[in-house]
Design a protein around this ligand. Sequence first.
Ligand code: GDP
Length: 331
Amino acid sequence: SDSLSGEVKPRILLMGLRRSGKSSIQKVVFHKMSPNETLFLESTNKICREDVSSSSFVSFQIWDFPGQIDFFDPTFDYEMIFRGTGALIFVIDSQDDYVEALSRLHLTVTRAYKVNPDINFEVFIHKVDGLSDDHKIEKQRDIQKRASDDLADAGLERIHLSFYLTSIYDHSIFEAFSKVVQKLIPQLPTLENLLNIFISNSGIEKAFLFDVVSKIYIATDSSPVDMQTYELCCDMIDVVIDISCIYGLADCEAGLPYDKESMAIIHLNNTTVMYLKEVTKFLAMVCFVRRDSFERKGLIDYNFHCFKKAIQEVFDVRVKVQQNRKLLSNR
Ligand code: GDP
């Protein structure tokens, strides 16, 4: 079904000064580029670089702030874009002097808030791979304080900013993106509930719902997430897609080698089994199951089938609601 397309997708804007790392983030998260290759990315001179990933659950766009060009150019319809945006991610290069970045952040956030007070403002304190843990916390505290002081000085304390420490050299960028995307999914509590029911009825330890292209997890059951488990899921998705691309029948230029039949099972050396299955065109479920529970795979598959049907209904309802609203507003 095509129910996760069009306006139902969470829409994200990625902004920041030139060279802060926006294209690298996009390439690493949405195009599987390895972090080292980003060293050779070329800077473009365009103000707006549109890139709506058609194969992903998320749709998003990048905006640069190249030095002299005024981004609030009257010919540029930023109001329309802010109105359709769910989250605005502002990238700050933590290895650089961030005075100018902070003033741009302030300008952007206050303008965007005026147009659309419902936008989630997310600040990525980026390129923290070179910093010690103490140093990271210190940087975050400093940036956070300056940004909120600026807002307070303008009488805009009510604008809330969220901060994340990120780097393309580890999983932190995927984790941060996951949190940003999860905030934009109104069905999140329902998805979590369905996952809770699914795992408890199937003897499963943990289950994640992943956007296959970006390896962003859009939901998980309510047990805590540890980084290692999350990283294993990312690795599993990579293995499945890479092996299918290299040795499979699909034409990978034409799209992901991923369809209704897609599934994989990996037995780990600690009596745990990892089980991946297709849920929708964009989404896969990755579960952790103990080996003895996995002997009842028939039960798991049956419950999975019910889960999948429920998920489709959750998203179909949303599409119908939106279509009805459109019809009404066009009258
Ligand atoms: P953009 O102009 O904002 O799109 O920035 P780019 O994506 O072109 O990145 C500028 C430079 O920052 C490139 O040389 C990247 O390799 C580097 N870079 C991006 N992300 C990171 C990161 O997380 N850590 C480090 N150390 N370098 C990064």
